[in-house]
Design a protein around this ligand. Structure first.
Ligand code: URP
Ligand code: ZN
Ligand code: ZN
Length: 464
């Protein structure tokens, strides 16, 4: 239970509108959006939001917490990851329960779900299927019933998480009938392994050659294959971290043909380019898919405004410099991924909203409302309409500040955006109606995180 609060004097931005309004909150929920100056019941605390935007807290649809892959585990737990999230204006994360080799998907999901209570904000989970066996359909049924209707799959990372096409097809087909959805990392592994082998023979396998080792056409080819499977099944599908305009356009074309197909892009692919691999510390930018050339980055970003990108995630992976440096001479052995849960909203706001390319409502749609919708969390999350959880970012749209890792809260010692000056940041953040960050300072570190049981993504069709 939280005390009654009214946030006064701000401009509320929802996914489809933006207007001056006061936001009334009680018992952890939004109770009303009202004309500015509407009298409040006695005992209601007031928060002044004059000159600020009042946004639904961000929903990060792609966030790895304490993620083990190969020899490496990313460094944060739920307390650390969600502390960083709320400082960055994000109040819901969707993590992954990736089974270790031999572990059942449901066991991985139940183990990861138990960690949610350590968070400062709520979280949901994508389950994950790597191999098909006769127990998988029942596991998927119980995962969907337990609020985990989205299931991550990978077409790459042989020996870790790579699934073959039969497994992808069977998982998609089963989930379609349960109201669930596959969310998928698409890079054609055979093309990548062959390219890496050739790069290695030429002495081009270090971090500075990252972009060459995972070509764009590996992503395009894999997206086309997975779309074909989804279309033949009429199954919904969500593509994570799409990094090229070609990949986005394939999905958009399938959507125009009537398929429920969604594109996620992540902040670093929309802002950073592969020139960073030529710099002094290329290993700090090693992620999959890799950063792309500037014309590709700009082409991808143009799809933000057109509506062809559905969501923006972070693909947060909290490795530190020592982990990244330890294998920099061979990208095949490196820990992939970049820390980003805290910088996702400020970087995207600065580049595209303050930069003039994106209306603030579209920013809210991409970073909060659509991630909530595609993950079965809407309208509890991703909106400030009455009845929603009172997860709110009071956002200063004109604050100018320089990103430096020492000022951030992620469990790492670097940020890929070091030294970047940006415009806009959250000032005060409420989670469940409680002020957790006040004027940029942690006001309440009590872990009250809940695992969110997500609703089915689509109505389950009648059994055929
Ligand atoms: O490089 C990345 N993206 N690492 C995290 C795992 C994944 O592929 O999403
Ligand atoms: Zn991935
Ligand atoms: Zn990821």
């Amino acid at each position: 239970m939280s005390d009654p609060v009214v946030i006064r004097g701000g401009t509320v931005a929802e996914a489809s509108w933006c207007a001056p309004a006061d936001v009334f909150v009680a018992d952890g929920r939004v109770t009303a959006l009202a004309e500015p100056g509407t009298p409040a019941p006695r005992g209601t605390a007031e928060i002044d939001a004059g000159g600020m935007l009042v946004l639904p807290g961000g929903v990060d649809p792609h966030c790895h917490v304490g993620f083990t892959s190969g020899d490496f585990t990313s460094l944060d737990d739920y307390a650390q990851c969600t502390t960083a999230a709320v400082f960055g204006g994000t109040t819901t994360i969707v993590d992954f329960a990736i089974p270790r080799p031999g572990q059942a998907p449901a066991d991985a999901a139940h183990a990861q779900r138990a960690k949610a209570a350590g968070g400062l904000c709520d979280s949901a989970l994508h389950a994950c299927v790597v191999e098909w066996d006769e127990t998988v359909p029942d596991q998927l049924r119980s995962l969907v019933a337990d609020g985990m209707p989205t299931v991550k799959m990978f077409t790459t990372y042989r020996g870790e998480t790579m699934a073959d096409e039969d497994t992808i097809l069977r998982t998609m087909s089963t989930l379609r009938d349960l109201g669930g959805m596959v969310v998928i990392h698409c890079e054609a592994n055979h093309i990548i392994e062959d390219t890496q082998t050739r790069c290695s023979h030429d002495g081009r396998i270090g971090a500075e050659h990252m972009a060459a080792t995972r070509p764009e056409l590996a992503e395009t080819a894999s997206v086309a294959e997975v779309l074909a499977i989804a279309e033949s099944l009429k199954a919904p599908v969500y593509f994570v971290h799409q990094s090229t305009p070609e990949a986005v356009e394939l999905v958009a074309a399938a959507r125009r043909r009537g398929l429920a197909a969604y594109t996620e892009s992540v902040a670093h692919h929309l802002v950073l380019d592969d020139g960073l691999y030529a710099g002094a510390a290329p290993e700090r930018f090693v992620c999959c898919p890799p950063l792309r050339p500037r014309p590709v980055v700009d082409g991808l970003a143009r799809h933000l405004a057109t509506g062809e990108i559905t969501t923006i995630g972070s693909d947060h992976c909290c490795y530190d410099v020592a982990q990244k440096e330890s294998r920099r001479s061979d990208v095949r052995a490196m820990p992939n991924g970049l820390p980003g849960v805290e910088t996702r909203l400020p970087v995207i706001f600065s580049e595209f909203v303050a930069g003039g390319a994106l209306p603030v409502s579209r920013f809210v749609e991409l970073t909060a409302a659509n991630p909530a919708r595609t993950n079965g969390l809407y309208p509890r999350k991703g909106t400030l309409m009455p009845g929603a959880d009172a997860d709110i970012a009071i956002w200063d749209p004109s604050a100018r500040w320089t990103i430096t890792s020492g000022d951030l809260h992620m469990a790492t010692d670097y940020t890929p955006y070091e030294g970047m000056t940006v415009t806009g940041r959250p000032r005060t953040v409420l989670v469940g109606g409680r002020v957790v960050v006040h004027d940029g300072v942690l006001a309440d570190a009590t872990p009250r995180g809940r695992h969110l049981a997500a609703s089915p993504i689509t109505p389950a069709p009648a059994r055929r």
